[in-house]
Ligand binder design. Structure first.
Ligand code: UD1
Length: 417
């Protein structure tokens, strides 16, 4: 199994370029099911999750053409199967986003339940409830969601709890439903906004993107479209934190400042100087890092996907802080590993109390999920000596060419078998 080896203690300096967003790419790939025409997505990141979605769409008979390095065209006019196997869904929960499009376009779908997940229960009950509200008949049998309908009928669905992929599923399904659908307490994440924009380019009639209430007027069919995927805001913040904790100076290119306003405001409190331009930011670190307390929240709040990385920043801050995780109930699995590297962290329910220490030590550690892997890399970058991170397949799900990007700005990191 592949591992990452990091020799800590080197400041990161130079220029780094952010990839296209994984969480924007995945739903837009699924959206191609809704049309018989070409959907072209540019700047798709080369990630394990993207390859899983390609494998899933390919298994359904969707034609996928690689135009060049990061541009793909999807054509679902000759779809053969409306089936998403357990094998594919279990490796990536986001596969559930084929359910809404299949049902809306073809009136039937058989999609595996995602099953357990390292960062909590992560059920899909709201996806199912929302589709039922649009008139779908849904049965759960042998671990599969069996869904069918003559045609979905527009309705109002209020999410009892904000769900990103849940909103994506209902939004996509509603584009081809008969009449008007209202999604209340909808997710406002930039990735959902871009999904809606793509659907509108395809001929959908969606209003209220980025707001709590999204209104969709169903249409008979959707056309082709082309879009460039937004920059990955989670990778942006991860690299920014890497620069801060190694006391480096970085220029981070291909960012969208509007998508990271709250995290940048928060991180600014640690003392680093961050200058934002239209599509890049410049970081000048300070010698001391001040602790920053925060809680995770749906967009525009602090994303749960940067909680683990921000915790690493706090492990070496000058003082104590509290970190409250409000989205996932079991997302502190990186804490045990960070403690093995010398961090002083105490867990009290969904709150972590982090007391800054002067340095971390290296250790052999194990990645438990995608963002935990990123946190361990960050910790490795500042630890004394050689840190070895096992199970980095988690990392490859969401960070493109991470060791190459980090090496280019001065990190001592390599991959071994
Ligand atoms: C998406 C992101 C993921 C991010 C998460 C929260 C993608 C592909 N993934 O995941 O990176 O960490 O948003 O920002 O975009 N819930 C239910 N029932 C449901 C659906 C969700 O109870 O049917 C709960 C979840 O357990 C969780 C909360 O709602 O506690 C939010 O989850 P959700 O926004 O759905 O996460 P994902 O869409 O899976």
């Amino acid at each position: 199994m592949k591992k990452l080896v990091i020799n800590g203690g080197y400041p990161l300096n130079g220029c780094i370029r952010i990839s296209g967003s994984k969480n924007a790419a995945l739903p837009m790939m699924a959206a191609s099911i809704l049309s018989d025409c070409d959907i072209t997505l540019n700047r798709i990141p080369n990630l394990a999750d993207v390859r899983t979605m390609i494998a899933l769409l390919d298994s359904m008979g969707i034609k996928i053409e690689k135009n060049h390095k990061s541009s793909f065209t999807f054509n679902a006019s000759e779809i053969e199967s409306k089936f998403a196997s357990y094998e594919l869904v279990k490796t990536m929960r986001a596969s559930i986003m084929v359910l809404g499009p299949l049902l809306a376009k073809h009136g039937e779908a058989k999609v595996s339940l995602p099953g357990g997940c390292a960062i909590g229960a992560r059920p899909v009950d709201l996806h199912i409830q929302g589709l039922e509200k649009l008139g779908a008949m849904i049965e759960i049998k042998d671990g599969y969601i069996l869904a069918s309908t003559e045609r979905l009928i527009g309705s109002t669905y209020t999410f009892p709890k904000k769900s990103v992929t849940g909103t994506a599923n209902i939004l996509m399904a509603a584009t081809l439903a008969e009449g008007e659908t209202k999604i209340l307490n909808a997710a406002c994440e930039p990735e959902i906004v871009q999904l809606g924009e793509l659907l509108n380019f395809m001929g959908a009639k969606i209003e209220g993107l980025g707001e709590d209430c999204i209104i969709i007027e169903g249409v008979e069919n959707l056309e082709g479209a082309e879009i460039e995927i937004i920059p990955d805001r989670i990778e942006t913040i991860t690299m920014l934190i890497a620069g801060i904790i190694t006391q480096g100076e970085l220029k981070i290119e291909n960012i969208n400042p509007l998508h990271i306003q709250k995290p940048i405001e928060l991180i600014g409190q640690c003392g680093a100087k961050i200058e934002i331009s239209e599509d890049y930011l410049c970081l000048k670190s300070s010698n001391e890092i001040l602790p920053i307390s925060f809680e995770t929240n749906p967009y525009p709040g602090i994303p749960t996907d940067i909680q683990a990385q921000l915790m690493v920043l706090n492990t070496v801050a000058q003082g104590d802080c509290e970190i409250k995780e409000t989205i996932f109930e079991n997302r502190f699995m990186h804490v045990l590993e960070l403690k093995r590297m010398g961090a002083n962290i105490e867990i009290d329910g969904n709150t972590a109390i982090v007391r800054g220490v002067s340095r971390l030590n290296s250790a052999q550690v194990m990645a438990t999920d995608l963002r935990a892997s990123a946190a361990l890399i960050l910790a490795g970058l500042i630890a004394d000596g050689e840190t070895i991170i096992d199970r980095i397949y988690h990392l490859d799900r969401g960070y493109e060419r991470v060791e190459e990007k980090l090496s280019n700005i001065g990190a001592k990191v390599s991959r071994i078998d």
